[in-house]
Design a protein around this ligand. Structure first.
Ligand code: HEM
Length: 512
């Protein structure tokens, strides 16, 4: 009698798993791998990774050192946790480590890896980076959008003034600010306003939820990406959610592209590109491009810019005000600088930031303690390579734990303290030259939007401090504040900051 088919399936499954374990074991034992905890069959070292993976890696690196090898499921993961390792991974071996792992998030939420963040190193990605440098984020283009950033910031400052000192959830105002700035720069209008003339494609609330979901799903550890034998079971339900949010974004992006094309057809030879989607659609027509930019690419890049540009600056500014509200002496120094350099009869403009070293130091200190991407975005080794005498197999996922580097007591004195003064009188910067502070990463995969991100962070932070005295709601003490973070692709505060804002400037200043 034939054995039942499920027995045959189970036997084949077990045999395959045993084969994978044995092959991995023999492959690993032939290589000189960096130190690290012994992996379990199937799950590897997942048992050692808690809900905040950067903190788990921080603890593990204390035991295994600044270069360590873990195994997530069947995938080797190399973790660098010192300035020296960051230099090796992101400068010496930058070219080899410029791949990205093929995650389900990249597949289902970003048009099958067609965006910039998840596309593989190669001509398509190189061309995308060239477009960022020459077109999307050129100094001229960013300057031409300064009026948008100023208008939107003014609108938020006015909105906070109108709350009359009531308790507000600061993050809501900050997300509205960055969402409006980025959607006007990328899509040409707010899109999220309710418009009587047109049907609303998504409400602001829906859109914010879509973005939160996109961010969360691009940062989660989806077990199926690491343990191939459970890939199709979607045990955590993430893949279903990824497909869902991917479809919602696609409906939105289709609408955006149709509208842009319609204006172009209507205006014919008088048409000039007004926003980044226009620029991308124009590039898509360019027959001289090395790799043709298809409609899908335009949608994927635009979505990447919206996602990259929205959450990160709002999260950073929320952390900054949360730190400051607990430290009146730092606020006093910052307002002294603002009153001296700017005065009480005007707001801070972007060009003023160069004259406000203490405000810049507060922004750096915030990004040091609360990096938006505490392990950067995972990279992948495109070839086998030797690092410090260790063998790093092709396909290894590369993590640079900037969370640990930026809290290294050998680099920063009293690293757990929020002390902006540490950045006064030295040239440590966030632009990829100082390996002790890498909030935007460095090397080939460094954040292409860093100058825009910095502008938004510094000018909104400066004006929030200039325009308002910040207090915690009644009955809440600074010691009661929960400064924990939650994990995702950005690293937001677990309990959003609630605070009250009292105007600092003459009242006529808020009627702009
Ligand atoms: C506070 C602001 C921001 C922070 C802290 C930040 C941080 C980062 C980090 C750490 C990376 C990964 C670097 C690496 O892999 O080594 C990254 C990549 C990226 N960022 Fe940003 N970012 C910010 C703002 C922006 C803005 C405003 C945009 C666009 C509008 C943007 C678009 C991107 C893109 C497209 C990538 C992928 C680059 C690639 O893979 O080649 N980011 N960002």
């Amino acid at each position: 009698m034939e054995p039942p088919t499920w027995v045959a399936y189970a036997a084949t499954c077990l045999l395959s798993i045993a084969l994978v374990i044995l092959t991995n074991h023999f492959r690993r034992s032939k290589l000189n791998l960096p130190p690290g905890p012994k992996p379990w069959p199937i799950i590897g070292n997942f048992n050692l990774i808690g809900p905040l993976p950067h903190r788990s890696l921080h603890e593990l690196s204390k035991k295994y050192g600044h270069v360590m090898m873990l195994q997530f499921g069947s995938v080797p993961v190399l973790v660098g946790s010192s300035v020296e390792m960051a230099k090796l991974f992101l400068r010496t071996y930058d070219l080899i480590f410029s791949g990205r792992p093929k995650t389900s998030a990249g597949k289902y939420t970003t048009y099958n890896y067609s965006n910039i963040t998840w596309s593989q190193y190669g001509p398509y990605w190189r061309q995308a980076r060239k477009m960022c440098l020459m077109e999307l984020f050129s100094v001229k283009r960013l300057e031409s959008y300064e009026y948008i950033r100023e208008e939107e910031l003014n609108s938020v400052l006015r909105g906070i003034f109108n709350t009359n000192g009531k308790t507000i959830m600061l993050k809501d105002h900050l997300t509205t600010l960055s969402l409006n700035v980025i959607s006007r720069m990328v899509l040409g209008k707010r899109y999220l306003d309710k418009d009587d003339q047109e049907e609303t494609i998504v409400t602001p609330e829906e859109f914010k939820l879509m973005l939160d979901e996109l961010f969360l799903l691009n940062g989660v550890f989806n077990l199926g990406d690491w343990i191939p034998c459970i890939k199709y079971f979607d045990v955590q339900g993430y893949v279903k959610r990824m497909k869902n949010v991917g479809e919602k974004f696609d409906r939105f992006m289709e609408h955006v592209l149709d509208e842009h094309n319609a204006r172009r057809e209507k205006e014919k030879e008088n048409w000039v590109p007004k926003d980044m989607v226009d620029v991308l659609l124009q590039l898509a027509d360019d027959s001289n491009l090395e790799v043709k930019l298809e409609r899908i690419g335009v949608k994927a890049f635009s979505q990447d810019l919206i996602a990259g540009g929205t959450e990160s600056s709002a999260v950073t500014v929320e952390w900054a005000i949360s730190e400051l509200i607990r430290r009146p002496e730092i606020i006093a120094k910052a307002t002294e600088e603002l009153d001296r350099v700017i005065g009480k009869e005007r707001w801070v403009q972007e060009k003023d930031i160069q004259n406000l070293p203490y405000i810049r130091a507060i922004a750096k200190e915030t990004m040091r303690l609360h990096p938006v991407a505490p392990m950067l975005v995972p990279r992948m080794a495109r070839e086998q390579v030797k690092v410090e005498g260790y063998d790093i197999p092709k396909g290894t996922v590369i993590l640079v734990n900037t969370f640990t580097i930026q809290r290294d007591p050998n680099v920063y004195e009293r690293p757990e303290e929020f002390r902006p003064e540490r950045f006064i009188g030295n040239d440590i910067d966030v632009k990829g030259q100082s390996f002790e502070l890498l909030p935007f990463g460095t090397g080939r995969r460094m954040c292409p939007g860093y100058s825009l991100g910095l502008k938004v962070i510094q000018s909104s932070l400066a004006n929030l401090i200039h325009g308002f005295e910040w207090k915690l709601p009644d009955k809440m003490n600074p010691e009661d504040m929960n400064m924990d973070e939650i994990f995702g692709l950005s690293n937001p505060k677990k309990d959003p900051l609630t605070a009250c804002a009292k105007p600092r400037l003459p009242h006529h200043m808020y009627h702009m």
